[in-house]
Design a binder for this molecule. Sequence first.
Ligand code: PLP
Length: 414
Amino acid sequence: MEDGCRFNTKLLHGKTSAGYGQREILPPVSQVTAFQYESMEELEKVFAHKKMGYAYTRIGNPTLTAFEQKVNDMEGGAGAISTSSGMAAITAALLAVCESGDEIIAGSGLYGGTIDLLHDLEKLGIHTVFAGGLTRAEIESRLTERTKVVFGEMISNPALKVLDVPEAAAAAHEAGIPLFVDSTTATPFIARPLSLGADVVIHSTSKYINGGGNAIGGIIVDGGRFEWDERHTALREFRKFGKAAFSVRLRTDLWENLGCCMAPANAFLSYTGMDTLGLRMERICENADTLARALDEEEDIQVSYLTLKSHPYHEYVARELGGYGGGILTLRTGSRERAFRLINALHYVKIASNIGDVRTLVIHPVSTLYLRSGREETEAAGVYDDTIRVSVGIEDIEDLIRDFRNAVRVSRNA
Ligand SMILES: *Cc1c(COP(=O)(O)O)cnc(C)c1O
């Protein structure tokens, strides 16, 4: 880490942990709608951004500020804005830079909700062109006058493709376009996209950042280095803020007006959950690696995990991501029926539509997350009729392996 200490120390003792108003060690939950002032003059100054202060929770709240500063610090950003969900974060970030007639270049195999959102944006006149793994050639061949942003996922879920951020950022920047990265599955423990050249990082904090599966949330972190120019017409009125144009537009305009603020209680839960991000990620990655190797020995199960030798990215992960493959692996069982039998035979592992929980969770993506997607999009996401997605938790690995081995055996006997 650039400021001297390592990940876990920074999480607990970084810039944001100096204590709060009454010397609380954690940010108090400011569970209020509005803030009161001594005089009308004072509140006028707060509204005019001439005095620091809070007026109304939809446009700012100290518990949200504490959480935003913590994530911003860990990602190495210039400022962050929390949102009611990961989808709200992606929506606000894209609408801040795109207007009707504009184009987005997006990686394929994105999170299902993001694909649905990009379809929704078509109705507002914002068009998306999909571009595989966002290599230089794939980006360059899709750039037009109307391209306003390149959007990709750091580690795609569940396709398990890794974004080469330096290459994608270079191709985008040469055309005057920013790179936005959804880093939900990587977390700052595995990768910090801003330090690799990305301009904006987005998280669904509902997943690994919160970690306990107890609060929906999202966050947008601005690297503050991109040079917004006349090409970025959606930021027209904000160009005078220079490199802060994107953050200022979000904070004082779009995010505020969309009304997608995070709830103060959720910011508190996400803040305290994030304290253990390093510990959890280390254990999750170790468990996922061991489980993937154990299940890889089963002849009739096909395992996909980033650190397996059979995975196309395994060398990249060893070289660029410290050997950490994240918490998601997929299994192919041969048929949808067997996938269901295997899932139903698991004892500890829960059937649930979530990732990043401390508990191991499984789901059959085709019949749930991709119910509304076409076959082509589904297969681009690495999802087939017989695919099971596993989000590995922090349980004792012996118990996880035993649970999965038993379910594999039971599922064999139809
Ligand atoms: C879950 C998820 C989202 C959406 O986040 P919500 O908090 O559920 O709205 C976006 N991107 C990725 C990669 C996700 O896993």
